[in-house]
Design a protein around this ligand. Structure first.
Ligand SMILES: Nc1ncnc2c1ncn2[C@@H]1O[C@H](COP(=O)(O)OP(=O)(O)OP(=O)(O)O)[C@@H](O)[C@H]1O
Ligand SMILES: [Mg+2]
Length: 236
């Protein structure tokens, strides 16, 4: 039995704006194990990003809890939460969220410097990661000087620099052509195998989803095991 890394327990999320209440997540339960690759699929607006944000301490649940390695994430101090975000979690946002005034290399190296790692070593690692996602020739470019896919690949490298235990990826291949998407998939495989990194990947890319260990579907606020027909386009 592999080690339980993160557990979402009966999480509900309701957004209130004036008199309007939107129930986005309803009693969602989810367990993520060390080194596993999990795909979450579902139609636009079904709550995938909301769930991923709650798993990554970027938004709080209305009710329920999220446990990571024995710690109840929403009962921790803001300081401990940000430590976990920096050390144990890697987040790849749906819209990259790179710092606009910094180069690709600086953006990737930043989480390592926050952790207090040696600058030269961190830069060498950041460079290697950027090369790995095909951006060795864009190290000094700022986000405004990069294409959408290049920004996304920079954001992927940034999420991986501190070798997190869990990577939460929101549409990591959304802006990528087939070969860049393949490079990202191979990087996921390598990290899962070598470091035991777990991945939760929200994606509309049915091919990518089908290659993960498990597929779940977000529907009407509930998370359910995905019907393979929806994932691969053919019955299994
Ligand atoms: N801050 C907010 N305030 C109010 N409603 C919100 C907020 N954030 C998200 N929602 C609503 O919650 C629902 C789920 O949004 P979410 O971003 O989680 O969807 P998604 O599954 O990631 O969609 P997509 O595939 O388009 O990225 C949407 O109907 C959205 O309008
Ligand atoms: Mg989304």
């Amino acid at each position: 039995m592999s080690e339980l890394l993160l557990e979402v327990k009966s999480v509900s999320k309701c957004f209130k704006e004036g008199n309007v209440e939107t129930q986005v997540l309803k009693d969602v339960d989810l367990q993520v194990f060390k080194g596993e690759q999990l795909a979450i699929v579902g139609t636009s607006g079904s709550g995938k990003s909301t769930l991923l944000h709650i798993m990554g301490t970027l938004d709080c649940p209305t009710s329920g809890s999220v446990m990571m390695l024995g710690e109840d994430l929403y009962r921790l101090s803001a300081r401990r939460q940000s430590e976990i975000r920096n050390q144990d979690l890697g987040f790849i946002y749906q819209f990259h969220h790179l710092l606009p005034e910094f180069s690709a290399l600086e953006n990737v190296v930043m989480p390592a410097l926050i952790q207090g790692r040696d600058r030269n070593m961190a830069e060498a690692e950041a460079k290697a990661l950027l090369e790995r996602v095909g951006l060795g020739h864009r190290l000094t470019h700022t986000p405004a000087e990069m294409s959408g896919g290049e920004r996304q690949r920079t954001a992927i490298a940034r999420a991986l620099i501190n070798k997190p235990k869990l990577v939460l990826a929101d549409e990591p291949t959304g802006n990528l052509d087939a070969s860049s998407g393949e490079a990202v998939y191979e990087l996921i495989q390598e990290l899962a195998n070598q470091l035991g990194t777990a991945f939760v990947v929200v994606t509309h890319d049915t091919k990518l989803a089908a290659r993960m260990d498990r597929q779940l579907q977000m529907k009407d606020g509930y998370l359910q095991v995905d019907d393979p027909v929806n994932v691969t386009g053919k019955a299994s």
